[in-house]
Design a protein around this ligand. Structure first.
Ligand SMILES: Cc1cc2nc3c(=O)[nH]c(=O)nc-3n(C[C@H](O)[C@H](O)[C@H](O)COP(=O)(O)OP(=O)(O)OC[C@H]3O[C@@H](n4cnc5c(N)ncnc54)[C@H](O)[C@@H]3O)c2cc1C
Length: 406
């Protein structure tokens, strides 16, 4: 009997969900499944801004992959993917090669390339668990230094966030919730701490409804966030950031510029010669690469078009999980010679987190929620994901049950 080799790249939201769904719906004798990831753990990317601000311990975001996969059905390979050879149906890893009959690419995102060379140093991205940890340590170091130095250096307490999209806004919300405790811990006057969010568009959360934007701005402003809109960061130095607003060059002393300036698909796809736009493959509605029936792309590496609106779905965890489920169903159908199904999104709610107990949720059916209700919805979504991924055991171990706090 034909037993295809299925290789899944990446164990983030999309890759790990593809693997756990396949282990449920395929019998052991139907396919050999291999999951490749750079770490032996999965981290919840959409919780990273909390880890980076220090409102959530890093170990809360980590799930050992072996805890959620059935190793009798899935072969786990801890290695770095370096190249996909489409024609040969081979994936080159750092330490070995794997051949495949069906490939699932779920390698996630990376920070948008910074074209201005003056911005490459002294910035803190929040793209993975390790750089979230670095940022958290860096903040604590500067609070400790400030408390200790005789001639106080205000740059240590000025925290600049570059970018007012979901990540920047979410991080700002967590940070202002953390500052009172951080100030108390290090004996720093909290009124000296400034959080400044710089956005190049005329508003934060560009593209969203005004009601949504106003709520987010008022909530963050009331907790101390300062907004500088229509401003472009042009230079970062060890002790300052330079931005341009209305033709004026403005310097601000800071040791912390948090980079939340947009993401793109993993560059490994274009380096492998797979046609992409901003690192993402525009997939067919069954989530396969056009003209290649052997490769599925899921999560942030995929551009998926909504057939109702003609527009691309946004990149977020909900879409990553939903795309994984469709890909797994289609792989089973493909193996059995059945018709493939088109991607469909059932849950159409977008939630922006604004700190440990605040948020805004916009539902495409027009029902919006604000404040604790939106925050509660976010926690319910997170818990539902854990339940789907690893059942009740994982939910009880990692779930968010404190519904009115982190
Ligand atoms: C700070 C932050 C906050 C966010 N908040 C939200 C939110 O509130 N709501 C929401 O819906 N979305 C949010 N997002 C977006 C969401 O996290 C992503 O859309 C989602 O993680 C995409 O899932 P994915 O599976 O494509 O990628 P990921 O979850 O990033 O997984 C990619 C996996 O591939 C692995 N990998 C990458 N390269 C290699 C390689 N070369 N070799 C081996 N393994 C590799 C990575 O280690 C990782 O495990 C947030 C993102 C960030 C950064």
């Amino acid at each position: 009997m034909y037993k295809p080799q299925i290789v899944i790249l990446g164990a983030g939201y999309s890759g790990l969900m593809t693997a756990t769904k396949l282990q449920k719906i395929l019998h052991r004798n139907e396919a050999d499944i291999t999951l490749v990831n750079i770490n032996d753990y999965h981290y919840q990317t959409s919780w990273l801004h909390e880890t980076a601000a220090g409102t959530l311990k890093p170990e809360r975001t980590i799930i050992p992959i072996r805890d959620v996969i059935n190793q009798e059905k899935i072969n786990l390979v801890i290695d770095e993917v370096v190249m996909i050879k489409e024609k040969e149906k081979i994936v080159k890893l750092k330490n070995r090669e794997l051949s495949y009959d069906i490939l699932v690419i779920g390698l996630g995102f990376e920070a948008e390339a910074i074209t201005n060379p003056n911005l490459n140093d002294h910035i803190f991205p929040i793209g993975n668990l390790n750089n979230a940890r670095v940022l958290r340590e860096h903040l604590e170091y500067n609070f400790a230094k400030y408390a200790n130095e005789e001639k106080k250096n205000q740059a240590r307490l000025n925290i600049v966030i570059a970018g007012g999209g979901f990540t920047g806004v979410g991080y700002a919300g967590e940070l202002v919730d953390r500052i009172p405790d951080l100030s108390k811990e290090y004996g720093v006057d909290r009124t000296q701490v400034r959080v400044i969010l710089v956005e190049c568009e005329s508003t934060i959360l560009p593209g969203f409804h005004n009601e949504f934007i106003n709520y987010a701005m008022n909530s963050l402003e009331s907790r101390g966030v300062e907004f500088v809109t229509d401003a472009e960061i042009i230079e970062t130095k060890e002790d300052r950031v330079v931005y341009e607003k209305l033709g004026k060059r403005i310097e601000l002393p800071t040791k912390t510029v948090v980079w939340a300036g947009g993401v793109r698909g993993n560059s490994l796809l274009e380096e492998s010669g797979i046609p992409t736009n901003n690192g993402k493959v525009e997939v067919e509605n069954d989530l396969r690469v056009p003209d290649n029936e052997a490769i599925y792309v899921v999560g942030d590496c995929a551009n998926i078009r909504n057939p109702e609106t003609g527009r691309l779905y946004p990149a977020n965890a909900e879409i990553a999980i939903a795309s994984a489920e469709t890909a797994a169903e289609n792989i089973k159908a493909q193996i059995n010679g059945e018709a493939l199904i088109p991607f469909q999104l059932n849950n159409k709610t977008v939630i922006a987190s604004l700190g440990t107990s605040d948020g805004v949720a916009v539902s495409l059916n027009g029902r919006n929620s604000f404040g604790w209700k939106a925050n509660l919805m976010k926690k319910i979504c997170l818990n539902r994901y854990l339940l789907r991924l690893g059942g009740i055991h994982l939910l009880l171990k990692k779930g968010r049950f404190n519904f009115f706090q982190a």
